[in-house]
Design a binder for this molecule. Structure first.
Ligand SMILES: Cc1cc2nc3c(=O)[nH]c(=O)nc-3n(C[C@H](O)[C@H](O)[C@H](O)COP(=O)(O)OP(=O)(O)OC[C@H]3O[C@@H](n4cnc5c(N)ncnc54)[C@H](O)[C@@H]3O)c2cc1C
Length: 375
């Protein structure tokens, strides 16, 4: 019998869920509809470092999820036939000015490598080595190269995943929808019922769950980055990402495109204006490492809204007491890394049902979702 599944939100979580719902065994019996208005989407603004292994975060559940998300990428990209202009394991270089800091980082890398095959090789680099890897840097610091690190273009990835699913069982509706108290999707054409609904609405989850009397503990954070067209860009298209100490991250994308960012602005709500002062600050960061770039080289400013929880951890799974619904949010600043794994797990759960145990990745959902009547 045909099963009807809705997805609300077409960012990394919704798009990977849609992709897996079009490829998992049994998906031929599914009809999937994705609703997305795309306004403020974090995924579309993001570009895109996949390199969780040297993070100092102590949350082991988050680390396992991020590690498994990074590990999933090569297979997902291969299966969905996505090109290196969208995702590439270029390697990531984390720099530190002081030798003792570099040694601490190296010890962490060696320790993490024991359980993270996806990290690839670890190489200690002098400042000159760093410059050899990334010739456009004019003020390099010593660092550590992690060969499995990657860069991804969030907007292009989502586009490719959704296009692949559209060839099979996915219909996309570009509109803002709401949920009704009896778990229907309220659309411009009226209320529609589905067997399962995946609510992958990022920072907007709170609004969507309000009619169900559920309060989601999620807050918005504004993120901005700049795109530069760098003159005299070296010929190779696969330069590593550089994460310099005390500066913004540098993400070379080939064809002369360099992305510098991102900001983490907690006091701006859902504002999507590109701000001149922030652009100037990002440019100054670029200029400290690449001499000669000017405001004229800026080709775009991207702005998006991340979703944050109080403990900075994502949550996802069946909504307690509303088992037709699955939710995900709170992916914060590492959602391109964790998002595909979350989307894959949600897709499997929506398709096959059951009571998943994802405690290795997250705290119980009731940590982040409370009943309005009990609040
Ligand atoms: C500038 C920036 C840089 C970043 N860099 C990195 C990075 O280097 N590495 C990394 O791992 N992560 C990074 N991130 C974080 C990452 O992009 C996010 O955590 C992740 O993309 C969130 O994905 P999501 O699917 O949960 O939400 P989103 O991508 O925000 O998608 C949610 C979608 O739901 C839609 N929606 C919401 N409500 C409704 C409704 N009622 N009806 C219809 N549609 C609705 C929205 O319009 C949106 O399209 C960055 C984020 C930003 C902003």
């Amino acid at each position: 019998m045909e099963k009807r599944i809705a997805i609300i939100g077409g960012g990394i979580v919704g798009a990977t869920a849609a992709y897996y719902l079009s490829t998992l065994p049994g998906s031929q019996n599914l009809k999937v509809t994705l609703f997305d208005d795309g306004i403020g989407q974090a995924t579309a603004a993001a570009a895109g470092i996949i390199s969780p292994w040297l993070s100092k975060r102590r949350n082991q559940r988050w680390y396992r999820l991020a590690k498994d998300g990074a590990d999933l990428y090569p297979q997902l990209i291969h299966d969905a036939q996505i090109g290196t202009d969208v995702y590439q394991q270029t390697g990531t270089i984390v720099t530190r000015e002081a030798q003792p800091d570099l040694e601490i980082l190296h010890d962490l890398a060696v320790d993490r490598q024991k359980t993270a095959a996806g990290m690839g090789q670890i190489t200690v680099l002098s400042a000159q080595d760093v410059q050899r890897h990334v010739p456009l840097l004019t003020a390099p610091q010593p660092g550590i190269l992690i060969s499995g690190g990657a860069r991804v273009d969030g907007a292009a990835l989502v586009h490719a995943l959704l296009a692949s699913a559209q060839d099979k069982n996915l219909t996309i509706r570009r509109e803002r929808v709401t949920l009704t108290a009896d778990e229907a999707v309220h659309t411009s054409l009226g209320d529609r019922k589905f067997d399962r609904i995946i609510v992958a609405a990022g920072a907007w989850l709170k609004d969507l769950l309000a009619p169900l009397d559920v309060i989601a503990q999620v807050r918005p954070q504004k993120g901005q980055l700049i795109e530069l067209a760098v003159k005299d860009y070296p010929l190779q298209e696969n330069l590593p990402v550089v994460m310099p100490e005390g500066e913004r991250d540098f993400i070379p994308f080939g064809h002369g495109k360099l992305i510098v960012g991102a900001t983490h602005e907690d006091d701006k709500g859902f504002d999507l204006q590109a701000e001149a002062a922030v652009t100037a600050d990002l440019l100054a960061s670029a200029q400290r490492l690449v001499a000669g770039v000017t405001a004229d080289d800026i080709t775009a400013v991207r702005v998006g809204t991340r979703a944050y929880t109080d403990d900075f951890a994502p949550f996802f799974g069946p909504l307690p007491d509303h088992e037709r619904l699955l939710v995900a949010s709170g992916l914060g600043s590492s959602g391109l890394t964790t998002g595909p794994q979350i989307g894959r797990l949600l897709a499997g759960s929506a398709l096959y049902g059951g009571t998943p145990d994802w405690s290795e990745y997250e705290l119980p959902l009731k940590t982040y979702l409370t009943s309005a009547s009990r609040a």
